[in-house]
Design a protein around this ligand. Structure first.
Ligand code: FAD
Length: 329
């Protein structure tokens, strides 16, 4: 029996989010020969969905569905669920894939409930055991992994950013069919998002950044983040922080990484003046390479780090920046 897997392709500021392509890859890795992959783009009339649909159509998908409506220009769970529900009712997917982002985490359980589906969240890897698809997800704040399989269809999966490789465009330039749907929410909305006020935290999303330069209490002040920001900007990375730094008022909580902050899995994580408390480690232990800079050689972060530099971050970070600048030039 052939199955249909659907990806809700998240986008922001007129661009597909990287995690949308990772979710597509997760769907493809879950599919067997003969199964159908489709994608859904949802948003407002000014979100450039047609351009994004054309971009997505280059990937191995049978169809790209576009749901554009006035009430969908800002994420509103009620409006999105009401707009998506009739389409999903028609398409009857066996599996639905979303990014494990703020929106994906909010939307997935609501859609799963509508679909009568089981849900697995925060999947970091997919394994096959014959026909069975096994999803791997971290538990206990990243200290262990569990492997889970669904017993029945349909299912809903959210994919942690930066863990599953992104899908590649179709070989030979085959293009998916683009289907446009009228998408006003069916019912009355109890809430309306009037405005979204963004904090200026740089253009790179922490959870999707390939490089994160993070500062802790050792940074000592808001100004102390200056050298970290310079290094991050040079490397095209984002700046994160420990809760210690956030609590001390050196930066906003939107930068906090850890158990009660964001989970990041970059290629390179540079921890500056961070002791390595277990609650911080919960948010960054999945990073591919960890570099720790700390003046205390006994700091627990060194037990986790691939490379440890014992010394004063205010000397070492500018040296690193200068070396990287030279190397990149
Ligand atoms: P500290 O532990 O004070 O470490 C500062 C480090 O900087 C020290 O190792 C010191 O040697 C080094 N240092 C100082 N000066 C320099 C210098 N000039 N150069 C180099 N190194 C220097 N924490 C999080 O980060 N994220 C979370 O999500 C989180 N959630 C929590 C949830 C709960 C329920 C609780 C109880 C705690 C949570 N915490 C979290 C807090 C966590 O326990 C730690 O208190 C916090 O991570 C410590 O931050 P820090 O490493 O920046 O500060």
């Amino acid at each position: 029996m052939s199955r249909t897997y659907i990806v809700i392709a998240e986008h922001r500021d007129g661009k597909l989010r990287q995690v949308a392509l990772e979710a597509l890859r997760a769907a493809a890795d879950s599919a067997c020969e003969g199964d159908t992959l489709q994608a859904v783009l949802i948003g407002g009339p000014d979100d450039g969905l047609d351009g994004l649909a054309a971009e997505l159509a280059a990937y191995p998908l049978a169809k790209v569905h576009v749901l554009a409506g006035e009430a969908l220009d800002r994420y509103n769970p009620e409006a999105y669920v009401q707009a998506l529900a009739p389409l999903l009712e028609t398409l009857q997917p066996d599996g639905l894939f979303l990014g494990h982002t703020a929106i994906g985490r909010d939307l997935a359980p609501a859609l799963a409930a509508r679909m009568g589906a089981g849900q697995l969240s925060d999947v970091t890897a997919i394994e096959r055991e014959g026909d069975r698809v096994v999803y791997v997800r971290p538990i206990y704040a990243g200290k262990a992994f569990e492997r889970k399989a669904f017993r029945s269809y349909p299912w809903v999966v959210t994919v942690r950013p930066n863990n599953i490789p992104a899908a590649a465009p179709s070989a030979g330039g085959a293009a998916a069919e683009i289907v446009r749907h009228a998408a006003e929410p069916a019912g009355m909305l109890r809430t309306v998002v009037r405005d979204v006020v963004r904090k200026a935290t740089g253009s790179i999303d922490l959870t999707e950044a390939r490089i994160v330069v993070s500062g802790g209490r050792g940074v000592k002040s808001a100004e102390g983040f200056g050298p970290l920001e310079e290094l991050a900007a040079l490397l095209g990375g984002a700046v994160g922080a420990s809760r210690g730094a956030c609590d001390a008022g050196y930066c906003g909580y939107d930068r906090q990484i850890g158990q009660t902050g964001k989970v990041v899995t970059p290629e390179l994580y540079i921890a500056c003046g961070i002791s390595g408390a277990i609650q911080h480690v919960a948010g960054m232990s999945g990073s591919r390479i960890i570099v720790a800079i700390n003046k205390d050689p006994e700091a627990p972060i060194f037990q986790l780090a691939d490379y440890g530099i014992v010394g004063d971050l205010f000397e070492i970070v500018p040296l690193l920046t200068a070396e990287f600048r030279r190397a990149l030039a």
